[in-house]
Design a protein around this ligand. Sequence first.
Ligand SMILES: *Cc1c(COP(=O)(O)O)cnc(C)c1O
Length: 360
Amino acid sequence: MSTQVMELETLPIVIEKVKESKLSKIDFNNLPFGKTFSDHMMVCEYYDGKWQSAKIQPYGNISISPACNVFHYGQAVFEGMKAYYKEDESGIVLFRPEENWKRLNKSAVRMSMPQVPEELFMEGIKQLIELDKAFIPAQEGSSLYIRPFIIGTEPFIGVRTSDRYLFCIIIGPTGPYYGEPISVLVYDTFIRATKGGYGNAKAAGNYAGTLYPVEQAKKLGYKDVLWLDGEHKKYANEVGTMNIFFVIDGKLITPETDGTILEGITRDSVIKIAKDFGYTVEERPISIDEIVDAHDSGKLTEMFGVGTAAVINPINRFGYKGKDYLLDENKFVIAQQLKKELVSIQKCIIEDRFGWVVEV
Ligand SMILES: *Cc1c(COP(=O)(O)O)cnc(C)c1O
């Protein structure tokens, strides 16, 4: 990734507070994912070749031209992260936020968008959390979800790189995510990414294209889709919007990051924890035939998706070419063990031996 030299005129962030907080209207015991937002958001515009001064203002609608690139050609990238109260409630922590900043910029470069300075990203998140910390749920398993994103906002409907952008951060409380085992459909038709494309960018277009196949899978009784590679429609790629792991013969196998796979921070953390526990982790192509064979011979004991929202989500059934394959939930041991360890590090219940947790 090339690092552009940028003048920093974005800081300090100007703050305009809400007149009346909506905190008292929120039911913290009933929080669906992604529907509740805090009192404030951060906005920063990019024009004349640089990021302008950042502002924290009341959360609300934004006004942009209907001709903006984002509406027509989808210049949009985003991130997803969480803030938690430490177990002993002595502070608020983020999990590997620098990785999110780096990935946002990597996605931005791929979509021909300007990179965001680290200070703007970190200060924006920290100051927003500081201001709206009353929105962080204390309930077990709950957290504050953070959604930074950049969109192309030049009012011009020609197909080319926009010369105006908006960097925005919105945050909101989310309830516990229990991660019940899910069923998935393996398509040999639809794909989510292919080599030379941008499956490794957290770019809006990657998601729009998956909505229809996922809806079709739901109609057939599956919760989500296990995507295969674009070229051969043979190798496991990702599951839903999570990275995928298989446990075969006690070994962990996950597809290597070949440009078609989103380089998940949870994926990387799970690999490091698993190796630390002494498990063998193989990052390599794994074909659906190998998965089916391992299932039939009883060697496939676990399949799970990993990502910020669910952390680790087991898969108990997959459908492929009209046949269903079941997994025995009593054998979902490694997923449980890894999830417990990761969550314990994230919430500072155990020592952070990897140096991943950052205090706000
Ligand atoms: C965000 C995302 C992931 C998970 O990444 P994390 O950094 O672990 O949250 C995996 N796959 C896709 C397609 C994603 O968008």
